[in-house]
Design a protein around this ligand. Structure first.
Ligand code: FES
Ligand code: FES
Length: 189
């Protein structure tokens, strides 16, 4: 995890920092304590409880969100490190209200979850993979998803769902219907 210090542009007065960040395509200005985690800010301040906290020590992947398109463990990632950056949580994954991202659709269709606690982190890790490698092999999917643990479904349906989403997204891309949000913010990636 990055452990950089608050930058010169942050307001260090008192015990809070003022930061500007973009969460699910929306600009947010937040007052946060320097030691507040991203998971705490997302869940407790912003009500984005789709981000789950399980192990709380960067082992299980349940809390995975994307920062500038890359997965981070929100349970240990300090919130101030998102200043000026782009955060995507599971709430911002669908391309539009009433629609599912192909990964969400495939997880539903292939029964890739039971309790669902690991699912938001799985979806976001898989999205990051498919954004950077639109045609991963099953082996590459397995390797990339190693940091996301599921304690109840087994991994076969999860891998199958990610493979199905990969194929759907490739088809959409070739047809020019990439499932991006209408406002072009990229939060539906
Ligand atoms: S809750 Fe963050 S990695 Fe487990
Ligand atoms: S679906 Fe239950 S932990 Fe993954």
């Amino acid at each position: 995890m990055t452990t950089s210090s608050p930058d010169a542009g942050s307001d260090l007065s008192g015990s809070t920092l003022t930061i500007s960040t973009r969460i699910n395509g929306r600009d947010e200005t937040l007052q946060i304590a320097p030691n507040e985690t991203l998971a705490e800010v997302l869940r407790d301040r912003l009500g984005l409880t789709g981000t789950k906290v399980s192990c709380d020590v960067q082992v299980c992947g349940a809390c995975t969100v994307l920062v500038d398109g890359l997965p981070v463990s929100a349970c240990t990632f300090l919130a101030y490190e998102t200043r000026g950056r782009d955060v995507l949580t599971v709430e911002g994954l669908a391309p539009a209200p009433g629609q599912y991202h192909p990964l969400q659709q495939a997880f539903i269709e292939l029964n890739a979850f039971q309790c669902g606690f690991c699912t938001p982190g799985m979806l976001l890790s898989a999205k990051s993979l498919l954004d950077y490698n639109p045609a991963p092999s099953t082996h590459e999917i397995k390797e990339y998803m190693e940091g996301n643990l599921c304690r109840c479904t087994g991994y076969i349906p999860i891998l199958a769902a990610i493979g199905r989403a990969r194929d759907i997204m490739a088809r959409e891309a070739s047809q020019g219907t990439g499932g991006q949000p209408a406002d072009g913010t990229g939060t539906g990636r």
